[in-house]
Design a protein around this ligand. Structure first.
Ligand code: ADP
Ligand code: MG
Length: 244
């Protein structure tokens, strides 16, 4: 029996003739932190989006927590409840305060009563260090604070898996650290995470495994020490030289 929390098997995706994902196999174990790196346009976001079926693969299988997301009969809403996603652009609801941002899906999706939803939301806000901003609106927060709200909102749903797509790329450099600190704590708490990132320091220190993608393929993967320290493949070496 396969014990992986996430299993992608032979996943391919083509956009207007371009093979953006080319026969991807990837398994992520429970509690594992996988960082995905690679040049712009290599298919990293599409890969993540296939994991929660924001994109549908043309072929192949995506299984998360035992649920086959590529099965046409799959209850996709139920499956997605297991999966939290944090984007580069925080995607908060601008017209709702921080507490509502975190509590809304608990009420509308999970059906919790308002008091219960808000209690859970406050717990998560406290966890990301923003309990005191519960009544603020997103526009009143820094980018780093907004991203921590987005993380709290995802965590409030108690997902089995967290996906991060370049969560710090839109932030001013001085705000990156606070977000990475929250992500590091999540990893330390045993959260299963797939993180697309250009933060090589984070990948080196936090990832259990680093996956290097280029042109829709997984070119190389291994421990951070292997992939970042001793890349075997020329394309990985070129990429690392450019980003470091
Ligand atoms: P990355 O995240 O590594 O930068 P993406 O997965 O975003 O790469 O994109 C890979 C390729 O697929 C790019 O060439 C991009 O333009 C293309 N692509 C991504 N999403 C779409 C889409 N919805 N429609 C058409 N092309 C897309
Ligand atoms: Mg991307």
């Amino acid at each position: 029996m396969n014990t992986a929390l996430v299993e992608l098997a032979a996943v391919s995706k083509t956009f207007s003739g371009q093979r953006v994902l080319d026969d991807i196999d990837l398994e992520v174990e429970r509690g594992e932190v996988v960082c995905v790196i690679g040049p712009s346009g290599s298919g990293k976001s599409t890969l993540l989006r296939c994991v929660n079926r924001l994109e549908t693969p043309d072929s192949g299988r995506v299984v998360v927590a035992g649920v086959d997301l590529t099965d046409p009969d799959c209850d996709i809403d139920a499956a997605r409840r297991q999966i939290g996603m944090v984007f580069q652009q925080f995607n908060l609801f601008a017209h709702r305060n921080v507490l509502d941002n975190c509590a809304l899906a608990l009420r509308t999706v999970l059906g919790l009563k308002r008091t219960e939803a808000e209690r859970k939301a406050r717990d998560q806000l406290e966890w990301v260090g923003l309990a005191d901003r519960a009544n603020a609106y997103p526009s009143e927060l820094s980018g780093g604070q907004q991203q921590r709200v987005a993380i709290a909102r995802a965590l409030a749903m108690d997902p089995a898996l967290m996906l991060f797509d370049e969560p710090t790329s839109a932030l001013d450099p001085e705000l990156v650290g606070d977000v990475l600190t929250v992500m590091r704590r999540l990893a330390d708490a045993g959260t299963t995470m797939i993180v697309v990132t250009h933060e090589m320091g984070f990948a080196r220190e936090v990832a259990d495994r680093v996956v290097f993608m280029d042109a829709g393929r997984i070119v190389e993967q291994g421990t951070p020490a292997q992939v970042l320290g001793h890349p075997r493949v020329e394309r990985t070496r070129d990429f690392l030289q450019r980003v470091s």
